[in-house]
Design a protein around this ligand. Structure first.
Ligand code: IGP
Length: 256
């Protein structure tokens, strides 16, 4: 499933490239105001931080919420105290788009993440041209050389890579990249199975000074408490925020 999702996102990007060649996109990306400092926004604090996700649907959970105006939801996330907004731009299964990212960019002044299946330079430039400050890199999806190349490009463009791992081995590969922001996804993107204890098992492998994000499977405040106790600096939350009152839900999480 993961390779299928990656292939779909790459194919969609290739179609957009027919309309906008690399050099033109690069010029747009470089003309953007500088990216916001996501490492500062997510720096360890005396409370847990939240990356709040704009998420309409997923292959494992189906339709979650309509979200006709992603910018309105993102503005609620910001006023509710989120540190970063994650915007799914994958079109086929998650029903997102780059237009969502652009709309959210106009509505908030906190850093925003392009959440997609990224596998080439063109997609990274698209992220910057659309106003992203962070770009997701999924270790399981790519060979190490490709990860390293994309990791470098993201940083050269002033953005922050969020490197996502789903095993001890993938955490080791993330550390090898020099990642300063590592996410441990409780959901296996090949089988969609949840492993709620994975973060706790691998957190110690992440060196001091690297920001630790626990991703997925936060359904209530007790899940946030569990991740915090295991050493998470931040949690990445989608479903619980789009299916409940976002402001009230965020405020309960931020008390942890
Ligand atoms: O809706 P949840 O269980 O709170 O999960 C959010 C986020 O972690 C999840 O959307 C996610 C994590 N990594 C991904 C990679 C691609 C697509 C989606 C994801």
């Amino acid at each position: 499933m993961l390779q299928e999702l990656l292939a779909g996102s790459l194919e969609d990007a290739r179609a957009r490239r027919e309309l906008k060649p690399y050099a033109r996109l690069e010029a747009e990306a470089l003309a953007r105001p500088a990216a916001l400092d996501a490492l500062e926004a997510l720096a360890p604090a005396d409370h847990i931080k939240v990356i709040a996700e704009v998420k309409r649907a997923s292959p494992s959970r189906g339709d979650l919420a309509d979200i006709p105006e992603p910018q309105a939801l993102a503005a609620q996330y910001e006023s509710g105290g989120a540190s970063v907004v994650s915007v799914l731009t994958e079109e086929r299964k998650f029903k997102g788009s780059l237009a969502d990212l652009e709309a959210v960019r106009k509505a908030v002044s906190i850093p925003i993440l392009r959440k997609d299946f990224i596998g080439d330079e063109y997609q990274v430039l698209e992220a910057r041209a659309s106003g992203a400050d962070l770009v997701l890199l999924i270790v399981a999806a790519l060979p190490q050389e490709t990860l390293q190349r994309l990791h470098t490009l993201i940083r050269e463009l002033g953005m922050t890579p969020l490197v996502e791992a789903h095993s001890a081995d993938e955490v080791a590969r993330s550390v090898d990249l020099g990642a300063q922001l590592i996410g441990v996804n409780a959901r296996d993107l090949s089988t969609f199975e949840l492993d709620r204890d994975l973060f706790g098992r691998v957190a110690d492998q992440i060196p001091a000074g690297v920001i630790r994000v626990a991703e997925s499977a936060v359904l209530d405040v007790s899940d946030v408490e569990r991740y915090r106790a295991a050493g998470a600096d931040a949690v990445l939350v989608g479903e619980a925020l789009v299916t409940n009152d976002p402001i009230a839900t965020l405020s309960s999480y931020l008390s942890v």
